[in-house]
Design a protein around this ligand. Sequence first.
Ligand code: NAD
Ligand code: ZN
Ligand code: ZN
Length: 374
Amino acid sequence: MMGPAQTVRARVFEAPGEALAARELRLAEIRDDLVRVRLRASGVCGSDLHVADGDWTARGPLVLGHEGAGTVEEVGPGVKDVRVGDGVVLSWFAPCRRCRNCAGGRAWLCQNTKALENTLPDGTTSFEAPDGEPVPAFLGLGTFAEATVVPESAAVKIPDGVPFPVAALIGCSVTTGVGAVVNTARVRTGDSAVVIGCGGVGQAVLLGLGLAGADPIVAVDLSEERLALARELGATHALGGDDPDLEDHIRSITGEGADHAFEAIGRAATMGMLTSLVCRGGQAVIVGMPAEGVTVPLDPFDLADGGKRVLGCNYGSSVPSVDFPKLARLYASGRLPLDRLVGRTATLDEVDGALDDLRRTVGLRTIIRHGNGS
Ligand SMILES: NC(=O)c1ccc[n+]([C@@H]2O[C@H](COP(=O)([O-])OP(=O)(O)OC[C@H]3O[C@@H](n4cnc5c(N)ncnc54)[C@H](O)[C@@H]3O)[C@@H](O)[C@H]2O)c1
Ligand SMILES: [Zn+2]
Ligand SMILES: [Zn+2]
């Protein structure tokens, strides 16, 4: 049963290739360990686009958006870690905190999360249509809405003073990109690195490489604007993704190949190229996510002979309750200039245009602003 109707405006995926529907939905009633969060900002991530464009199987209706931050508005009786009024970053991987992986400190591999099924932990949905039809939320969040309902483990308090657009980006691209460097690859000072794809996630990889003291840092993208930003964020070299001699150029900069190569686009061709860009003993880190079913060829002789590793990176191998506040503190102390990743502002009504920005690589990360939060 729903409590007193809390109705919000939301943008809903119905079918691939269609504009997101503008719907008025009711929020789930607050109970147990659930938290209602009034959204203040939401990024628009490549993963939202994968759903909107049909790269990934998803059934509509589904409230899209998974890179968000806001203010806690109501908490259930079992909630211990956040209070009404707290500023929180939402985690798209609400961990169960009890399974073998959670207990072992690897929350990003939680075996019990329901977030990947787009529901709350008990299998019910965060939203419902006026006729009672359950409406799931993408990755259990649905940040393209004025407010949402999530389990406590998906709402992480962050220090005051972090602007909501920056906080929103910590919810996905920043945690993924910086985490890929410091948690997944464990880059050491002076290691060389290549980043292929310098969008929201790739620019965060570059910031992580700066933090880790990597050198040289080679940025690769098709967009001049992205490459210019990459240089400002610490890339020592910038190369065009359409450069026919890309491998040779990377080798001439890094010597025998890079210690680490990150793919942050999600394209088969660039993923397939990664292991040839790293030196003997080097690491190829897959951060971008391709369409379902895509495979890439590997050269096992080169991998074995060169002692190379291929690492998959989910959510920057991060634990939200530990890593979100850490990233927020690094921002506050000036070590991570996350505000440089914030692009133009759009309203909830303009989400389709924001998805188009992503398709056409226009501008930086567009931020959907909800209400008047700063
Ligand atoms: N592993 C994870 O946990 C995780 C988390 C978030 C996002 N992702 C994935 O990361 C990928 C990137 O997401 P994003 O939000 O940064 O997208 P984005 O669109 O902002 O960035 C993609 C970038 O790749 C560049 N690009 C495209 N084709 C290229 C080419 N041939 N050579 C070089 N550069 C090229 C584009 O110009 C753009 O700058 C997506 O696949 C997304 O699903 C993965
Ligand atoms: Zn994302
Ligand atoms: Zn778990």
